[in-house]
Design a protein around this ligand. Structure first.
Ligand SMILES: [Zn+2]
Length: 303
């Protein structure tokens, strides 16, 4: 298909670009189980790796180089060992910007901008322009449109208030899902890209300075390592909501799809016993009791 490349703006043959990097889906196939692959995501299009005609071959290739570095230097080492420390260079911010930029373009194409306030709409357009200039090496600054990255993992115990409001699916959502979204409140607007256990946030507007602490991606160099991070409660509530949506999606699968999942589950049981998703299921059960399973059943039984 011929068209205008969204990045370099040249008239060229366009490639189908993955909205989220394709290595994640390959990695999930290698590491994961059928259960992972076919059901963890609230958005069925995402789990197959949603694609758009967005970039020409040259721009797609450039994105691929940043993705390769991210995958080999950070994503895979971190998923093998959450204590991984990585000294990064330019590639991390380039990669993160490329992810947030694609995420934002998708929402623009889907006409989501029409739901934004005039202020957010203006800022979102400015972010698209700034990120594009940065990806094209026309600037080294991304101004207020910062990128953040932080890990999520199984919450072994939860002593805080509102324990009962925790999603009974939260830990499985944390360790097993790939997800993306544009989210906003009156004074906040963010791109959310969940690359399994690593979350990339692209800021369009943050409500207060240092909205996120310990997560900022530096440029040109920095270090990713285990460190204390502070995440606002509203973001945590969002994870809960998203985890519930995920569970609802599961509950809407057909019996046939469930049969396929169970079969691959049984086939892989030995490997599964040591997997994050197995441990996460146990922790979800220990925190939420039977609800950890009811959430999947209740809606299904209505069908
Ligand atoms: Zn291009």
């Amino acid at each position: 298909m011929t068209g205008t490349c969204s990045l370099c703006e040249k008239e060229k043959e366009l490639k189908q670009s993955h909205l989220l990097p394709s290595f994640i889906f390959k990695w999930k196939k290698e590491k994961g189980t059928g259960f992972f692959r076919s059901s963890q995501n609230p958005n069925i299009r995402v789990q197959d790796g949603l694609k758009l005609y967005l970039l020409c071959a040259d721009c797609e290739q450039q994105f691929g180089l940043w993705e390769k570095q991210f995958s080999e230097k950070l994503f895979k080492p971190f998923h093998d060992n959450s204590g991984t420390q990585v000294k990064y260079s330019e590639w991390l911010l380039k990669f993160a910007v490329s992810v947030s930029w694609r995420n934002l373009i998708y929402h623009k194409l889907k006409n989501v901008f029409s739901h934004l306030s005039d202020i957010h709409k203006g800022l979102a357009e400015e972010a698209l322009f700034t990120w594009k200039s940065f990806l094209m090496n026309q600037t080294k600054q991304i101004s207020i449109f910062e990128q953040h990255i932080f890990p999520v993992d199984i919450i072994q115990s939860y002593q805080g208030q509102g324990r009962s409001s925790l999603s009974p699916y939260l830990n499985r959502y944390f360790v097993g899902s790939v997800d993306f979204d544009l989210l906003w409140t009156e004074k906040t607007c963010l791109l959310y890209s969940k690359l399994n256990k690593l979350i990339v946030i692209g800021i369009i507007q943050q409500p207060i300075k240092d909205f996120l602490v310990g997560t900022h991606i530096n440029y040109p160099t920095g270090e990713f390592m285990p460190r204390p991070i502070e995440i606002p409660e509203q973001l945590f509530n969002y994870f809960n909501k998203r985890a519930n949506q995920c569970a609802q999606h599961l509950s809407s699968l057909s019996d046939k799809q469930w049969a396929v999942i169970s079969k691959s589950y049984e086939k892989d049981i030995d490997r599964l016993k040591n997997s994050d998703i197995f441990i996460a299921t146990g922790v979800d059960f220990s925190i939420s009791g039977q609800n950890a399973f009811h959430v999947l059943k209740s809606k299904k039984n209505k069908d």
